[in-house]
Design a protein. Structure first.
Length: 74
């Protein structure tokens, strides 16, 4: 989930997994997999950076799987 700001300055939280693509017109236009279109104040680069940071935080929380019959690190 990433925090963004609509054009009317209303804050929102978006599930970044639902983003289909981002267009750069005078505004940043985000199209979701549902077809819904969102216009936000952040640049496309800012949106992408927030997605990358979010996914890094998620990946850091996941313990790597252990091989069968191998003890997990303590």
């Amino acid at each position: 989930m990433i925090y963004l700001t609509r054009l009317n300055r209303a804050p929102m939280v978006l599930n970044s997994d639902l983003i289909e693509h981002i267009e750069v017109t005078p505004d940043t236009v985000i199209t979701l997999t549902s077809g819904q279109i969102l216009r936000v104040r952040e640049s496309a680069d800012e949106v992408v950076e927030r997605i990358v940071l979010f996914r890094r935080r998620i990946s850091a929380r996941v313990d790597p799987p252990t091989a069968p019959n191998q003890p997990a690190d303590s």
